[in-house]
Design a protein around this ligand. Structure first.
Ligand SMILES: [Ca+2]
Ligand SMILES: [Ca+2]
Length: 265
């Protein structure tokens, strides 16, 4: 059961169930605790509209929250910082038959972006607000009407975290001697790190990765220096001194946390 809907979604999807990827750091209930809610069952009390006062803090994981019924939705308020890129991730890792959709909305209700995740998969998107303000983040059950076998309550997870942007406008940097802890926030999240490299030096890019993360080094002009490496790369030389991008790609079956470092050599 459930295989018919798995992987139908257009945005990122893991091929495997990976609740472990949501581990680490604070529990998913910190945001709820702010409003006095303390147990997962009570997540059902989150309103499905703009009347919500429930806060979801950035940097925390909302784990195993509950869709009480078909078509249920939970709206949270989230305050974002201006100029900071964020990853908005949703997963249905906990269930074979579920489907969860995350939508970011302005306080006027206008949708900014959205992503969905069928059972066993995840999805997400990035957003970088120009100025700091509060938004709604809505998680909605998106099981299709044809999938009548799906039982409720059903579970979903999600997170909103500061994230390295997936293009050359990134503000994330990697400097010689620095070690960066990053996350492929959902299966296909991409993180760019700007690095200033010299043609008269030889570099080592250390990369301790999740099961399906890959690393490239690209020049500001788009020239690929390191192509999709699955681990650390030694002996890296660049053709000209200047700006380069170390890029970490999530892929279909994984992602998760990674550690990046840059040294000479
Ligand atoms: Ca990321
Ligand atoms: Ca990213």
């Amino acid at each position: 059961m459930g295989t018919a809907i798995r992987k139908r979604e257009v945005r990122g999807s893991y091929g495997s169930r990976g609740a472990a990827r949501w581990q680490g750091g604070a529990t998913g209930l910190l945001g709820l605790a702010v409003c006095g809610l303390a147990t997962p069952a009570q997540a059902a009390d989150v309103p499905g509209n703009s009347s919500t006062r429930v806060i979801l803090k950035t940097g925390t994981d909302l784990r195993d929250a509950v869709f009480e019924r078909r078509g249920d939705s939970d709206w949270y308020r989230v305050t974002l910082k201006g100029g900071q890129n964020y990853a908005f991730a949703v997963s249905s890792f906990a269930t074979d038959d579920g489907c969860a959709k995350i939508t970011l909305r302005t306080l006027k209700g206008t949708a900014v972006d959205s992503a969905s995740a069928n059972g066993g998969n995840d999805g997400g998107f990035e957003f970088r607000p120009a100025s700091g303000r509060t938004y709604f983040v809505a998680f909605a059950d998106c099981v299709g009407a044809a999938d009548a076998w799906v039982d409720y309550p059903n579970l979903y997870s999600g997170s909103i975290r500061a994230d390295a942007r997936a293009d050359t406008t990134t503000k994330a940097t990697l400097q010689v001697g620095q070690v960066v802890n990053g996350i492929n926030n959902w299966g296909y999240d991409v993180d760019y790190y700007r690095a200033t490299l010299s043609s008269d030096k030889t570099y080592t890019i250390s990369f301790d990765r999740g099961p399906e993360s890959y690393l490239s080094l690209i020049s500001a002009g788009g020239r690929v220096i390191v192509n999709y490496a699955s681990g650390s790369v030694e002996g890296v030389k660049v053709p000209a001194s200047g700006t380069y991008y170390v890029v970490v790609y999530g892929s279909d079956d994984g992602g998760g946390r990674y550690t990046l470092g840059l040294t000479t050599p």
